[in-house]
Design a binder for this molecule. Structure first.
Ligand SMILES: Nc1ncnc2c1ncn2[C@@H]1O[C@H](COP(=O)(O)OP(=O)(O)OP(=O)(O)O)[C@@H](O)[C@H]1O
Length: 691
């Protein structure tokens, strides 16, 4: 009994006995000898048959009305939603007889609606229809509340992906939402049926007790109780048996299990499919056919440009981005920088607040004076960190889901899906269910699914971060091969240097909801100009202002001279290296520059952590940068240790710089966090760039 307090056992046992003992004692009272004649009496047969019929019809009514009601309550936002939800609880807490009276006041002869119905010759009270209505009245909340709770805790990411694959809302409901909520739907339906079957108070008040018409089994038991108690007990036994049969039927081993999260499939082993070899050529990478095109058919349509502008003042986001046709743009940035907001704006998902303008090719999907195109019609593919495969569909059907949603007949979509699976090295997984896949396999299937609709723009959000190194590299090479075979305009959000190096043509860095850096991948990785870009590329980057620039071939040191020198430029092509001084959060930084720098302009100083030496005392001598710092932490970095520190200056911010030292050097230094140290780097090791 792991973690269970002992005291809980006694009340738990008493609770169970409270339910089981009365039923057991009822069984002991049954006279087995007279059971059969009693049960086959016309009254009992009629009552049982009527109960089953009305309860089934009432349950169908509950499902037909209750599922949409739960959906509206859980997903729509309208004023008074909480009040409606609370009102729906009423039948659960009201005595059923009050429910019966309420129905009478509505549908009785002099009731609000009953009078009108009477005029057209429809009479509801004291009919079999009244039994059904009374049962549905008390049973509906069981289904609605069960489903509403499940819907509210359900992850809508599956619906979002289905929408980007082209599924219309009804298809999303029937093929994604309801299958995922099958356990809740079954529980709610069973509860509603059981409640309808046992309904008594509302029925007798609203429908009366006419044998064969409104006298259901609970009523029959109640009426027999005074005249023939043995018959009442025998009939009660029937009700118990029927109720037990329903519960067993609904909650037996075949009861749908709580949905596993597809995409959080089994932890990764190495991918079982062929892993591309080290040559990195297309020939070794599944994903490209011999003809050099993917089965996605993307080769047939030329890539198109993407233009997006997102302004959400409430989130502090204001981003504009132009992506030429076929370009892969890596979107980097710290948490909360606006990466997801940007991707959601392109896909048409999530919060719709703010000004969003999106144009893909010549299609304006969102913008001022344009009605916003829903995600299903955007021709945008989504590939996220979780594979989000639909657990009730086979791998093939998951890949075929998009084409079928867009109107391809299933018979054609399935072979196409199998061809795509083969392209991504997952042909052998075609018949499996998502829960039978490893994370890496699931992600390969997700890639095939995303490409299956041949989207104009691919949105990729940290696609490999949940995979182990081998599986991530495999999936990365698949995307790279698909991109080479048929270039597709792509936004790739990632925190992984390998994703950027292998997939991206261009890097955009976001900070605080703004683009702070934008350039070709090689340029940003080699010479970042934003704080995040610097951290990402693994170099120290200090932002500052130019206080002096000096032509290393001349001897102009003053700011005024520097500005003049910059404007005219150094004479002679070979001598274009200038000494520059920046004022930064760590004090003045001396470096060299090949850029044209104006005095007082913003600039960055870059230097590698391995160029930094660490001392306990201020160094003297040669022209070096010496920063007074406070040690914040030490972490492993390959065979070295990376030592982090903040500036030891009044009013210094949280900005950190790093030094890479050997473990022996760190041991010799013997420094611990919060200690004051000196970070020293030669001016020749510091590159200054304009921002
Ligand atoms: N549903 C929301 N309602 C209000 N503000 C939000 C919501 N989602 C995000 N934000 C805010 O919008 C800004 C941008 O968030 P966004 O999720 O786009 O950042 P991100 O770069 O994707 O971050 P992460 O790397 O953590 O996913 C943040 O300031 C965040 O707090």
């Amino acid at each position: 009994m792991n973690g269970l307090p002992r005291w809980a056992v006694l009340p738990a046992a008493l609770g169970a006995l409270l339910v089981v003992l009365p039923v057991a004692s009822l069984l002991t009272r049954v006279d087995v000898g007279s059971l059969w004649p009693l049960l086959t009496s016309p009254g009992a047969r009629d009552a049982l048959w009527l109960s089953l019929r009305t309860a089934v019809v009432a349950t169908i009514l509950c499902v037909v009305l209750g599922v949409p009601l739960a959906l509206v309550l859980a997903r729509a936002s309208f004023p008074g939603r909480r009040v409606v939800r609370a009102l729906l609880l009423l039948p659960l807490v009201l005595p059923p007889v009050v429910g019966g009276l309420a129905l009478l006041t509505l549908l009785g002869r002099s009731g609000l609606l009953g009078g009108v119905l009477e005029v057209i010759g429809v009479r509801v009270p004291f009919t079999t229809a009244a039994v059904v209505l009374a049962q549905a009245f008390v049973a509906l909340p069981f289904l609605v509340l069960t489903l509403d709770g499940a819907l509210r805790s359900h992850d809508t990411a599956y619906e979002d992906v289905a929408a980007t694959l082209g599924a219309r809302p009804t298809r999303v409901l029937l093929r994604v939402t309801l299958p995922a909520l099958a356990p809740a739907l079954v529980s709610g339906t069973v509860l509603a049926f059981a409640r309808a079957l046992g309904e008594f108070g509302a029925t007798i008040t609203f429908a009366g007790a006419l044998q064969g018409v409104t006298q259901t089994l609970p009523l029959e038991i109640y009426l027999q109780r005074s005249s023939d108690p043995d018959a009442a007990v025998a009939l009660s036994l029937v009700l118990v048996v029927v109720a037990l049969a329903i519960i067993v039927a609904a909650y037996g081993p075949w009861f749908p299990q709580v949905p596993e999260l597809p995409g959080a499939q089994r932890p990764d082993g190495p991918p079982s499919g062929p892993v591309p070899g080290g040559t990195g050529t297309d020939a070794t990478v599944p994903g490209v056919t011999a003809s050099g095109t993917t089965a996605s058919g993307a080769g047939g349509r030329p890539p198109v440009p993407l233009v997006v502008r997102v302004r959400v003042p409430g989130r502090g986001v204001d981003i504009s981005l132009d992506v030429p046709a076929g370009e892969v743009v890596a979107v980097l940035g710290p948490n909360g920088a606006g990466k997801s907001t940007l991707l959601q704006a392109v896909a048409g998902l999530g919060d719709r607040s703010g000004d969003v303008a999106v144009t893909i090719g010549d299609r304006v999907l969102a913008g001022p004076r344009v009605s916003t195109t829903p995600p299903r019609d955007r021709r945008v593919g989504w590939l996220g960190q979780r594979a989000l495969l639909l657990r009730h569909l086979s791998v093939t059907d998951n890949v075929a889901f998009g084409p079928v949603s867009r109107g391809t007949p299933r018979a054609a979509a399935r072979p196409f899906a199998r061809a795509l699976l083969s392209d991504v090295g997952a042909a052998h997984l075609a018949g499996r269910r998502p829960h039978e896949l490893s994370g890496g396999q699931a992600q390969r299937v997700a890639i095939a699914r995303a490409l299956a609709t041949d989207p104009d723009v691919l949105l990729i959000d940290e696609p490999f971060s949940a995979l182990d190194v081998g599986a991530a590299q495999h999936a990365r090479l698949l995307l790279q091969a698909a991109q080479r075979a048929a270039p597709r305009t792509t936004l790739l959000v990632t925190h992984d240097l390998l994703d950027v190096a292998q997939l991206a043509d261009r890097v955009v860095v976001l900070e605080d909801g703004r683009v702070v850096e934008d350039g070709p991948t090689a340029e940003v990785l080699a010479r970042p100009r934003s704080a995040f870009g610097g951290r990402f590329a693994g170099v120290n980057l200090l932002v500052g202002r130019v206080v002096a620039v000096r032509d290393t071939t001349a001897s102009r040191a003053a700011v005024g001279d520097a500005a003049a020198g910059v404007e005219s430029g150094p004479e002679g092509g070979a001598a274009e290296v200038w000494a520059a001084v920046l004022t930064t959060a760590f004090g003045d930084v001396h470096g060299t520059t090949e850029d044209t720098l104006e005095a007082d302009a913003e600039a960055v100083a870059l230097f590698e952590p391995r160029s930094v030496s660490v001392y306990r005392d201020p160094p003297g001598g040669s022209p070096r940068n010496a920063f007074a710092v406070v040690l914040t932490g030490i972490e492993p970095h390959g065979p070295l240790l990376r030592v982090w520190a903040v500036a030891d200056l009044p009013g210094a911010g949280p900005e950190q710089i790093a030094a890479d030292l050997t473990p022996a050097a760190v041991a010799e230094l013997g420094a611990v966090p919060a200690e004051r140290l000196w970070f020293v780097v030669k001016a020749a090791e510091v590159t200054v760039l304009h921002r």
